[in-house]
Write a protein that binds this ligand. Structure first.
Ligand SMILES: Nc1ncnc2c1ncn2[C@@H]1O[C@H](COP(=O)(O)OP(=O)(O)OP(=O)(O)O)[C@@H](O)[C@H]1O
Ligand SMILES: [Mg+2]
Length: 238
């Protein structure tokens, strides 16, 4: 297996052992005069148990990077390997199943289902997968407590603050103990204390469960918690 020449710290077998690997990813959005190169020959290797932070200005391609890494967006060229599988080689249906099973996504907007309570948001992915059992219910309550929402477990999204919604999204992403965790941090929804708690939970998940984590952030405090920090500028990662 070859390692991209630009990534000297890469773990060569990250893909084989369950991490995340992006190889020479380019993503072009729009066409003609309005075409934008959102990702420009990006290589990224995240080993299991590694916490990578990505910083960069608005519009630099951070969300695009996570969308491609999580299989939500097909790259124009390049390959994505996740948990030992080449995500970019799967059919749409297979990719959706792989995403549900192996990838935890915390979006910039919380993307909660309006009709479900906090607890139900967490249980839904396992329900869809036919894996909803007593252990899953216990794990849901444990995570709801870990994000400080025990008193809101039966509330629906419209009854929650922005920060509470985001913490629900984080708890939901951790439910399946995903091989890969992708976090697109909103800039304003969480205060400093809550934000530090959320990051502690993410770091704990990463190290204890061997998750390969990529987090987009503007918070310099978080950058110190991360194992590596990359900067994204005009679709290039350095
Ligand atoms: N559907 C689309 N069609 C065309 N261009 C797009 C599309 N989506 C995003 N872009 C462009 O791609 C570039 C990267 O966008 P992206 O959302 O990845 O940036 P970002 O780094 O996440 O920004 P922010 O910090 O504001 O969230 C931007 O120039 C954006 O305008
Ligand atoms: Mg973004």
């Amino acid at each position: 297996m070859t390692t991209p020449a630009t990534d000297h710290r890469a773990t060569p077998d990250a893909a084989g052992s369950g991490g995340l690997r992006l190889l020479d990813i380019t993503l072009t959005l729009g066409d003609g005069d309005t075409a934008v190169t959102a990702l420009d020959h990006v290589d990224l290797n995240v080993a299991p148990g590694e916490f990578v932070a990505v910083v960069g200005p608005s519009g630099s391609g951070k969300s695009s990077l996570l969308a491609v890494a999580g299989g939500l967006q097909r790259p124009t060229s390049g390959t994505v390997h996740i948990a030992g599988t080449e995500l970019t080689a799967l059919s749409d249906g297979e990719r959706t199943a792989a995403r549900r099973r192996h990838i935890g996504f915390v979006f910039q907007q919380s993307n909660l289902l309006p009709s479900l309570t906090v607890r139900e948001q967490l249980l839904l992915p396992l329900h869809i997968d036919g894996r909803l059992d007593a252990a899953a219910r216990a794990r849901a309550d444990e995570l709801i407590e870990a994000v400080g929402l025990s008193h809101r477990a039966d509330s629906r999204p419209h009854q929650l603050s922005g920060g509470e919604r985001q913490r629900t999204g984080l708890a939901r992403a951790l439910m399946t103990s995903p091989a890969v965790l992708l976090v697109d941090e909103p800039t304003s929804a969480l205060d400093r204390v809550r934000s530090a708690e959320a990051v502690r939970l993410i770091a704990e998940q990463t190290h204890e469960r061997g998750t390969a984590t990529v987090m987009v952030t503007h918070d310099t405090a978080i950058m110190h918690t991360a194992d590596r920090v990359y900067e994204m500028v005009d679709g290039r990662l350095s």
